[in-house]
Design a protein around this ligand. Structure first.
Ligand code: DAH
Length: 339
């Protein structure tokens, strides 16, 4: 038995030297270790051995089986390595093969518009300021000359956290915070989220973005307001837009004006988008009310200003021709990928 096994091992070692590829190894594995392989058959024969001989022969056979497995494995690894080297040598790398495309994200249309607006005002010498989204009633209303019984203060319209604290309903409170801290001259814009308890429909969302601007100095006039905002409209919507300043009312400005742009669809002729008026409203503006200046300790005799506030969603809707504000918040990639 011992001799037989030795013979088998020798045989396999010499056969392994002749092996050329993985298939040859597999053949050898079947030949020796397969169900009808030489070693397997020898193991099966153990039953016919005498009780004395069996343990020793069994041990020997099992050990040999493991050795053969090991030899096959070593050869297999060696051949795999060789084959890989051969393959790499033969295979010139094709650098012209196009790479796999990564799925690239796109900027959100609101971010695009905010960035564009920011750049316009930065180029005009405005600085960026920031204020909190969770705001005191004082800054959101009181200091802006919005009286206690004003409908905007109704908790039906605003998200109140308690009697004094709410989610800001506009970015105008940042004007107050800046004026409290700084002396004129001031040229600032602020960009941020605002919240109102509006039921969502095609033009209302409970959260939206505003851009607010304020310039305070000694000789600021309504002409400055018109000049700056006309430049803004021409840069964001194009030079062929007409701009109109329509008298309006805001508690914190006097005089106040709403800014209209000639309809982007019908160019002023009148269509459904502009309610057949030829104009689209894009923002509120005005000169800071003396009452507000007094609140922050500015002398209304010495200083004058202009201020404005607009909704980013509204600007984006007009600029990109989007007819439902909810599209901005639904994260539908079919919509978002277009920008
Ligand atoms: N805060 C106003 C709003 O949310 C917009 C506004 C109007 C801001 C006139 C201003 C302004 O700074 O001067 O409706």
């Amino acid at each position: 038995m011992e001799n037989k096994i030795k013979g088998v091992k020798k045989e396999i070692v010499s056969k392994l030297n002749l092996v050329k590829d993985l298939k040859d190894i597999e053949k050898l594995r079947v030949e020796y270790l397969g169900r009808k392989g030489i070693v397997t058959l020898l193991l099966r024969k153990l039953g016919s051995f005498s009780a004395e001989e069996r343990p020793k022969a069994g041990q020997l056979l099992n050990q040999s089986k493991r050795e053969i497995e090991e030899l096959l494995k070593i050869k297999e690894i060696e051949i795999e390595k060789l084959e890989k080297e051969k393959r790499l040598q033969g295979e010139g790398i094709d650098l012209t093969l196009p790479g796999r495309k990564l799925d690239r994200g796109t900027a959100h249309p609101i971010n695009l518009v905010l960035k564009e607006i920011e750049e316009i005002f930065l180029s005009l010498g405005f600085k960026i300021e920031e204020g909190p989204e969770v705001e005191l009633d004082y800054y959101n209303f009181e200091a802006l000359n919005i009286p206690k019984d004003h409908p905007a203060r109704d908790d039906q319209d605003s998200f109140y956290i308690n009697k004094e604290i709410l989610l800001r309903t506009h970015t105008s409170p940042v004007e107050i915070r800046v004026m409290e801290k700084q002396q004129p001259p001031i040229r600032m814009i602020t960009i941020g989220r605002c919240y109102r308890r509006d039921a969502a429909d095609s033009t209302h969302a409970p959260m939206f973005h505003q851009i607010e601007g304020l310039a305070v100095d000694k000789d600021i006039t309504f002409g400055d307001l018109k000049g700056v905002l006309t430049v803004f409209v021409h840069r964001i919507f194009g030079k062929d837009r007409k701009v109109r300043f329509r008298p309006a009312y805001f508690p914190f400005t006097e005089p106040s004006a709403e800014v209209d742009v000639s309809c982007l669809l019908c160019h002023g002729r009148g269509c459904r988008a502009c309610g057949y008026t030829g104009w689209l409203e894009i923002m509120g503006s005005g000169e800071t009310d003396p009452a507000v200046f007094k609140m922050v300790g500015y002398d209304p005799e010495k200083y004058s200003s202009f201020a404005f506030g607009m909704g980013a969603e509204r600007i984006a809707m007009l600029k990109y021709g989007i007819n439902d504000i909810r599209l901005f918040f639904e994260n539908d990639l079919r919509f978002l990928k277009q920008f």
